[in-house]
Design a protein around this ligand. Structure first.
Ligand code: PMP
Length: 397
């Protein structure tokens, strides 16, 4: 029965990891995958997580099934984080939130639900976007196209192109937007540009799906969440997927969520019932541990303060690395102006290097980024930065 099965292509990013693992270069540096490492090159275990887990170990509990939509305290904490605990949408009960298996799971549950509600809708993602957006919505049965986003020449957002594409989309088109820290480019919309996007979304009756995988990595938790407030103020219904993979350094626990802002409480109850069907028929109910940890941290003011401090440290270290990278490239003899790296935000930098240059960087120097020129700045540290700068300088010379 499997004779006709073809070999699927390797995942472009996770495939790089495999190549990196097999590389014998002692100086190798992995800037491919979007993971935050501390200055010692180690994946951090946050103190807030350690403390919450230590408490859980003091009173171990049996593991029954969770409700289909997950831990109630977790879902409430997500609502608070995304919309504000005292916000009108949360207080009026018109947000439907489910615990999801990572941000990816939130996107997938949302996509499956949307396919039922509006099966003929087209999905628009940014060009470029996180690699999995296209595949995920395609596999959910949608026709996926892209709206212009990155302007390579200008090094920024092709905002006119984006607005024009959204303006000519059919009513009901699902538009996937990166809420903050655009992956892979590192270029976000300005508040004024968001207002214009919201205007088009409203005028054209588009369905916004905000992907929030990096809340807190841009300017701060509230600052990065401000875009949600803009959509609320515009009176729109929309989707938000949340990921705690990076902000809690809980990648492997698969902690995420999907929130759907509805017109009223009754609508939210109906939407939630449908989200539960999507979950039940995919994986039945979510796992306990990661959600319990995040709920324990977000639900305890002292612990939450520790988390906010640790998140700020990650954010600030990435920013410091951006500056070190720009300075280091200059010191290593790179002639071209690389200062745009400090204008980008979040974990990534679209470096402007070509595919050939990225391949040389990988094969000759053991510095791994994606073929698109994307490098994970969050994997740079005081020990590898000089080597990375010198390697890039050699490739560019
Ligand atoms: N969306 C974007 C834009 C991402 O960068 C990522 C993670 N790389 C995700 C979603 C998925 O997050 P998770 O690992 O929590 O599934």
């Amino acid at each position: 029965i499997f004779t006709a099965v073809e070999m699927a292509p390797r995942d472009p990013i996770l495939g790089l990891n495999e190549q990196y693992a097999a590389d014998t270069n002692p100086n190798k540096v992995n800037l491919g995958v979007g993971v935050y490492y501390d200055d010692n090159g180690k994946l951090p275990l946050l103190e807030c997580v350690k403390a919450a887990e230590a408490d859980m170990m003091k009173a171990p509990s049996a593991r029954g099934y969770l409700p289909i939509d997950g831990i109630a305290a977790y879902d409430n904490a997500v609502k608070g984080l995304v919309f504000g605990a005292d916000s009108e949408p949360v207080k009026s009960g018109r947000v439907a939130t489910i615990q999801a298996i990572g941000g990816t799971g939130g996107l997938k549950v949302g996509a499956d639900f949307l396919k039922k509600v509006n099966p003929d809708a087209k999905v628009l993602i940014s060009d470029p976007s996180w690699e999995n957006h296209r595949a995920l919505f395609t596999n959910a049965g949608f026709n996926v196209e892209a709206y212009p986003y990155y302007d390579a020449e200008k090094r920024g957002v092709n905002f006119d192109g984006m607005l024009e594409a959204l303006g000519s989309a059919a009513s009901g088109t699902i538009v996937v937007l990166h809420a903050c820290c655009h992956n892979p480019t590192g270029y976000d919309l300005t508040p004024d540009q968001w207002d214009q996007v919201i205007g088009v979304v409203r005028a054209k009756h588009l369905v916004p799906f905000l992907d929030m995988a990096y809340q807190g990595f841009g300017y701060g938790i509230a600052e990065d969440g401000a875009v949600i407030g803009k959509f609320v103020a515009a009176g729109l219904s929309f989707f938000v997927s949340t990921s705690f993979s990076k902000s809690f350094s809980l990648y492997g626990e698969r902690v995420g969520a999907l929130s759907v802002l509805c017109a009223d409480k009754d609508e939210a109850a109906r939407v939630l019932s449908q989200l539960k069907i999507a979950i039940r028929t995919n994986y039945s109910n979510p796992p306990i541990h990661g959600g319990a940890v995040v709920a324990a941290v977000l639900g305890d003011p002292a612990r939450r303060a520790v988390w906010e401090k640790e998140l700020a440290e990650m954010r600030e270290r990435i920013k410091a690395m951006r500056h070190k990278l720009v300075d280091g490239l200059k010191a290593a003899g790179v002639q071209r102006d690389m200062s745009f790296i400090t204008q980008q935000i979040g974990m990534f930098s679209y470096s402007g290097l070509t595919k050939d240059q990225m391949v040389t960087l990988r094969n000759e120097y053991g510095v791994y980024g994606t073929d698109t020129g994307r490098m994970c700045v969050a994997a740079l540290n005081s020990k590898n930065i000089d080597y990375v700068c010198q390697s890039i300088a050699k490739v560019l010379s």
